[in-house]
Design a protein around this ligand. Structure first.
Ligand code: G4P
Length: 287
């Protein structure tokens, strides 16, 4: 298997966000975690289970327009059987977005709604915390769902930001919190998948190693995608696959060698923009 240096995260940022989540949890009725449907497990925050213990939870499998539909269905079943509410949607095409609020009210917060109906207060606001690691599409999701315009965040050090509630539906509100949620960087397999999707800035990565790893993964799981897009045989090491892509695309330098850096940029760009087809990089455990 190709080698790549470990990817790191920053402990200071983690501690700050962790505190923020813990201190605001009592204000909300449920926690919604946005995930990337191409990597539903690798795009989860590693501590969320521990942090939000006891609160109703929901997963939004976003970017489902780029994920393998069959794999997305398997993930939905998997998370449902683990007791989570799940919806799949695409903030890009808009598909599935109309299912979000009904799933909040009728599934995630079903118990609470029932209690409120009994007390005759079913129109009281439902309050959510929406979390997600970078690049899962959290801002796009909130912007598309928000009914009221978001107020500008006060981000200067030493200034306590007042909490902001953003309306997502007639009686559903979201707590707008600063802070960046950290991904699963202790698990290097997850870190690589995050890097494939563009969740990690490429300038800190060895992109030729990264593209080689991606090609190796695709040769095993989606060989047809490589044949179709690059007209290459899905065999050999990751670096050989990369050279073959470059050769097929005529990316040569003097002496006839392949410009593997250009080939790597092409492979990563094309994967990230969905040109290789709808691909999911992991399946539920045991599948
Ligand atoms: P974040 O707040 O979680 O960090 O993510 P953000 O909303 O900034 O989205 C990250 C990237 O993912 C953006 O692309 C965004 O357009 C894209 N995206 C969000 N939701 C979807 C989706 O459902 N499907 C697809 N295909 N893409 C989605 P970008 O290239 O960074 O920016 P731009 O192309 O929007 O300019």
């Amino acid at each position: 298997m190709s080698e790549m240096a470990d990817i790191q995260w920053f402990p200071g940022h983690m501690a700050k966000t962790r505190r923020m989540i813990q201190s605001n949890l009592s204000l909300v009725d449920g926690v919604v975690e946005i995930l990337d449907a191409r990597i539903p497990e690798s795009s989860r925050n590693p501590e969320m289970d521990r942090l939000v213990k006891g609160k109703p939870r929901m997963f939004v499998l976003n970017k489902s327009d780029m994920a393998d539909d069959d794999a997305t269905s398997r993930w939905m079943n998997y998370y449902r059987s683990a007791g989570f509410t799940v919806v799949k949607l695409s903030c890009k095409s808009g598909n599935g977005m109309k299912n979000f609020l009904p799933a909040v009210k009728e599934q995630m917060l079903e118990e609470l709604m029932k209690k409120r109906r009994e007390k005759g207060i079913e129109n009281a606001p439902l309050r959510l915390m929406i979390v997600g690691i970078p690049n899962v599409g959290k801002s796009t999701f909130i912007n598309r769902m928000a009914k009221s315009k978001k107020a500008k965040a006060e981000d200067r050090p030493g200034v306590t930001r007042t909490k902001q509630w953003v309306k997502l539906g007639d009686n559903v509100e979201m707590l707008d919190m600063p802070g960046v949620l950290w991904p699963k960087f202790e698990d290097q397999m997850a870190a690589r998948k995050l890097a494939f999707t563009g969740a990690v800035k490429d300038d800190i990565l060895d992109i030729e190693a990264l593209a080689s790893l991606l090609l190796e993964n695709l040769a095993e799981n989606y060989p047809g995608a490589l044949k179709e897009r690059y007209k290459i045989e899905p065999s050999g090491t990751g670096f050989e696959l990369l050279e073959n892509v470059g050769r097929k695309r005529g990316m040569l330098v003097s002496g006839g060698e392949v410009n593997t850096e250009r080939a790597a940029i092409t492979v990563l760009d094309e994967f990230r923009s969905g040109k290789l087809g709808r691909i999911t990089l992991e399946l539920p455990e045991g599948e």
